[in-house]
Design a protein around this ligand. Sequence first.
Ligand code: FES
Length: 375
Amino acid sequence: MTTATVNPVNNDGLNPVTTQTWTNGRHMVRCVKVIQETWDVRTFCFMAEQPVMFFFKPGQFVTLELEIEGVQVMRSYTISSSPSVPYSFSVTIKRVPGGQVSNWMHDNIEEGMMIPVHGPVGVFNCMDFPSDKVLLLSGGVGITPVMSMARWFFDTNAEVDMVFAHSARTPKDIIFRGELEHMCSRISNFELALICEKYDIGESWSGYRGYLNHTMLEMIAPDFMDREVFCCGPTPYMRAVKRLLEEAGFDMTRYHEESFGETPAEDVENAVESAEQAQEDLEALDNSDLITVEFTQTGKATKIAPGETVHAAAAKLGLHIPKACGMGICGTCKLPKTSGDVEMTHNGGITDEDVAEGFILTCCSVPQSDVTIDF
Ligand code: FES
């Protein structure tokens, strides 16, 4: 992977008829704009070198493939833009104390840089759970996927009754405030509630204060029990929201959540350690129990114990298959399987079409017989 700087954007190539559409996979994209949203949050907008219409389901995410200090790092971010504006897509990232990737993005990504991106994927989206009444709940920079949903509903004049309740630390931390207020002022089916944990001396604030609780939710959306709920924010925030809804007797099949932030990628040391451990485990096993995993392009093969993944087999051989979530969500580790059977326990990171064509997600595929992988 390389990051490179190229010439500024030339929009002459944009043509809705000839432009390709985005499909899940690896694409080179160019940063075309960096927008300072709040004092510590920036939006990075990307376009493809050859114009591509970035269609995706609002709420889905992409995985950026970066090179930080010579090490390849994969990191997933939910898309904050809407597919109703399809010529580019955006991710919105907050600086995090000690956050390696987020801070690197803030310090290094500028207009003109090219980076590879994988996606879009994700089961958290408003298209797979259609509803005419939604409650969008977000905390901090977890606003990004629900903002994508709100923008989509707004831009497409969807007949969806929206209540958007966003929690921030202080008024100056509210991301997309101007745009949210603009949407709220334009259409009658959009209610906005902004909740601040506190405000600084001299700062004026007329919105809700404190943390979202049952009483506040009753005021914000008295009919919340009838709504499809999409929630994203820090883990304690989502835990509190979930508890609140459960205690209210909410039908939790209508509750959808997404975590966000820095997902640690597998680091090399861990990979080596687990490979060594796997080797010790192997030596204790009967040879007939072992399964052979062969990587045909590189001509390497190894034996693994039942229950180990294809990705673990590659790591054992020193083969680097890109990986981000490690949970079958992001699709980064997708490869073609040319023979054998695997049991794949994924979380939406692969389509039925890809599976029918023989692709697997190596991070969550456990061989059930000897297998060959095209890598
Ligand atoms: S690493 Fe994300 S699906 Fe395998």
